[in-house]
Design a protein around this ligand. Sequence first.
Ligand SMILES: [Zn+2]
Length: 282
Amino acid sequence: MRCSRLLPLLLALSASVAAEVRLATPATSDMADRELAEALQAAGSLERAAGAVNARVQLPQIVTLRYASCADANAWYQPEQGEVRICLSLARHLAALLATQVDDEAQMLEALDGALRFITLHELGHALVDVLQLPVTGREEDAVDQLAAWLLLAEGEGAGVLSAASVFGSELSGSDDLAAVHSLDRQRFFSLLCWVYGSDASRRDSLLADWSLPPERAAGCEEEYAQLGRSWQRLLAAHAPAAPESAPPAPGVGPDAGSESHASGSKSPDQNAGPAADGPVP
Ligand SMILES: [Zn+2]
């Protein structure tokens, strides 16, 4: 009789724990790709991106996240499998782009970590829109760029967002296809600069002088960033993980504070029908 009551509780607990973004083994049979995947896994970029989402959202299902061998330098979310794949060729592409913009290997690896985390959070944003059935008006690509930037900036990771901006601002980055689902790379570049400007006063002089953020755009960036933060916070609030019962609230901390303060990791086919590639730079 005791078991009849215990089993449903255990099953409920198991389901609750299992439904999260979960890092999976790389999908590759290529030796060089496998070695690269192991090195990247050790750096922890994907793990931190997954942690940022898991800290803020209780998913209704597992979303797997893995590196993979692919023909193109790409990344995407596959709704049918509930899976995000980050191509190892994309990691190589990003490393080559970023290596031209930094002074040494350590800086390149740091920049690569930031760019990979942004791209992974962008793809996980597509997953959240799908599995949580989040409303989106306008381009979903822009909305999940906002989410990725917001999650990184909420942890003070402006450098990571700027690494992603460097990729979009590079002359070697993807096409400027006016009919594409993404905003143009240069638009994504300036939007990321704007959101960093809006979130971090200490970077504003540099963004204007060194990154050429136009003052006309900068004038609205504080409100632009505040608005996207309010919007994503509201969208995710209904899906916040339950607070542990044993943990009493800190003095002066209201019930809404948990979703803002929990991120333990880093704090980022597109369309509804089938796996859509996310472009040369997702
Ligand atoms: Zn996308």
